[in-house]
Design a protein around this ligand. Structure first.
Ligand SMILES: Nc1nc2c(ncn2[C@@H]2O[C@H](COP(=O)(O)OP(=O)(O)OP(=O)(O)O)[C@@H](O)[C@H]2O)c(=O)[nH]1
Length: 544
């Protein structure tokens, strides 16, 4: 029972543990699914921002095409025409810092070009940067690519007249643009004239006479380049300003060269450590632009993640665990209650058994003398009879009756009679030494002693008789003795199947009455005791 209860408790505990682990697992799985959904949302948001940036780049590139159109439509575009067109675009495209016209000028044409610009700008000349960094008059070379028109002039005075062919990097990109008939962008440059010191890039668009379709023709027909100076930061901010998702840290990286270069970032590096989720960092390459490969590196902030997290994983785990605990507690209560009921039932069954035994004992006990009663004797006699038959052993019976008991009652009263019966019963019982022997009150003032497998029942009978007399219970009216005496009939048998137990007790009774008739205070026996098995011998002569 106790073992079962411990096993049940462990089973409940185990089930609770499994339930808690499962609830945690369900919560974790919700969390994982949510993370995947957030990741997918995040990539889509970054994709939107990348598309917006690509769109912004293309819109700004269109400006160069418009300026190119001007030079294609006329062989002699004046500074005024250029400035009018350029300034109208610059008003609408704030991300363009400057628009420039870079003509191709041979050494022979240099003077003519310089003179022409000096009409309006007296100090104009083709310049280049010397080693120390200061601007000097451009040295002689076969071909010049000077900044000839620039809009706005304000802030770009240093660039005005600067020969791009004097800078090897610029010259290289110019030649490549010319040869491929491609708009090409430079690597990032620092726009020193900008307050924010933001980075920018130059975009060159080649302009030819006619429509040359071979490399040689392109080299021959090149007139010059339209140049745009773009502010990367402004362009970036304009592009992503109207995209929905907030809370994403973005970096624009130029991966064109061997080493990556950061062009722009919308956050400072010291704020990133505690606020971002690095494991979700996503690199989104943009379409190639001006021969350059830019990549948008995006990392979500904690705020971005928190906005998209729900309480579902937490709630499902907590409710799951609470549910499991409640079920466990309920099951434990039921098991405990049932075990308590079982204990109670067992206790009550034990009490009932004890009460039953007590009742049985009572139903087999004589109320007055507290020795076995007639019912007990009848049951015991039947059992011992059967046993004697089976084991082929003897069974003896002593029938006892108090002499002249009516007179005792009449003389001393019924209460004294009762006490006499108790004393006699006690004295008779004291003669019994074996557990298998039984003394019972047979009825009224009659007693019976059942002796299984006893050799000398007569000796015991006579001992009983003497012991009662020795009690010296006064019996004045008795005609036999001055004390209470008893008469006894003794009979023995080794019963067989054919023997009749009722005739056996009847004969014992008969022997008792023969003892009475012979003068009382004596034992009557059958002198031929147990001569033959299965034979009950009739009384022949009383004996004192
Ligand atoms: N006090 C008392 N008397 C009882 C009880 N049972 C039977 N008796 C009395 O025992 C007496 C038996 O009387 P009888 O059957 O005439 O026998 P007797 O007087 O003993 O005469 P003999 O048997 O010939 O010696 C009756 O008076 C019963 O009332 C009992 O429980 N208590």
């Amino acid at each position: 029972m106790r073992k079962f209860s411990i096993f049940s408790n462990y089973l409940v505990l185990f089930s609770i543990l499994v339930g808690i682990i499962l609830s945690g697992g369900i919560g974790y799985s919700f969390y994982q699914n949510e993370t995947l959904a957030i990741e997918s949302d995040f990539r889509r948001d970054v994709g939107d921002k990348a598309a917006a940036l690509e769109r912004e780049l293309l819109i700004n590139l269109e400006v160069l095409y418009a300026v190119k159109g001007l030079f294609n439509s006329s062989d002699d575009v004046t500074e005024g025409e250029f400035r009018r067109l350029a300034s109208s675009f610059l008003v609408r495209h704030q991300n363009i810092q400057a628009l420039e016209w870079i003509p191709r000028v041979s050494l022979d044409q240099r003077e003519k070009y310089e003179l022409q610009r000096r009409l309006l700008h007296p100090d104009f000349e083709f310049t280049e940067r010397e080693f120390q960094g200061s601007m000097i008059r451009a040295t002689e070379r076969k071909e010049y690519f000077p900044v000839y028109y620039v809009e706005p002039m304000e802030g770009n005075e240093v660039a005005f007249g600067f020969d791009l062919a004097s800078n090897p990097k610029r010259e290289k990109i110019l030649r490549k643009s010319r040869d491929l008939d491609l708009s090409l962008a430079t690597a990032s440059i620092t726009l020193v004239q900008e307050i924010s010191n933001q980075k920018g890039f130059l975009m060159f668009m080649p302009i030819y006479r006619g429509e040359p379709n071979t490399l040689i023709k392109r080299r021959d027909k090149l007139i010059g380049f339209v140049l745009g100076v773009y502010r990367i930061g402004d362009m970036f901010e304009t592009a992503i300003k109207y995209t929905g998702a907030q809370g994403i840290n973005l970096k624009l990286i130029d991966n064109t060269g061997v080493s990556a270069e950061q062009l722009y970032s919308n956050y400072s590096s010291d704020q990133v450590l505690h606020t971002t989720q690095f494991q979700l960092t996503y690199n989104k390459p943009l379409s190639r632009f001006g021969g350059r490969q830019w990549t948008l590196v995006a990392t979500p902030t904690l705020g971005y993640i928190a906005e998209r997290r729900s309480l579902l994983p937490f709630i499902s785990s907590v409710f799951g665990i609470l549910f499991v605990l409640l079920c466990g507690a309920y099951t434990y209560a039921i098991i405990r209650r049932s075990s308590l009921i079982k204990v109670e039932v067992e206790e009550r069954t034990q009490d009932l058994n004890e009460a039953k035994l007590e009742l049985e004992e009572l139903s087999h006990t004589d109320g007055l003398t507290k020795i076995a009663n007639r019912r007990k004797f009848d049951e015991q006699f039947e059992k011992e009879w059967q046993r004697a038959v089976r084991s082929n052993t003897s069974l003896s019976l002593i029938m006892i009756d108090i002499d002249n008991f009516k007179q005792f009652n009449d003389h001393y009263g019924h209460l004294a009679g009762d006490q006499c019966l108790r004393d006699v019963a006690k004295a008779l019982k004291s003669n019994m030494s074996r557990n298998t022997d039984l003394i019972a009150r047979y009825g009224g003032e009659e007693f019976v002693i059942l002796l299984p497998n006893t050799n000398e029942p007569t000796l015991l009978a006579d001992k009983c008789r003497m012991n009662i007399e020795k009690l010296h219970i006064p019996h004045e009216p008795s005609s036999v003795s001055e004390y209470v005496t008893i008469s006894l009939g003794v009979i023995s048998v080794a019963p067989t199947q054919n023997c009749d137990p009722f005739s056996f007790t009847a004969k014992a009774d008969k022997l008792l009455y023969l003892a009475k008739d012979s003068g009382k205070n004596r034992v009557c026996i059958d002198e031929r005791l147990i001569l033959q098995k299965g034979d009950v011998i009739d009384f022949k002569a009383p004996k004192k």
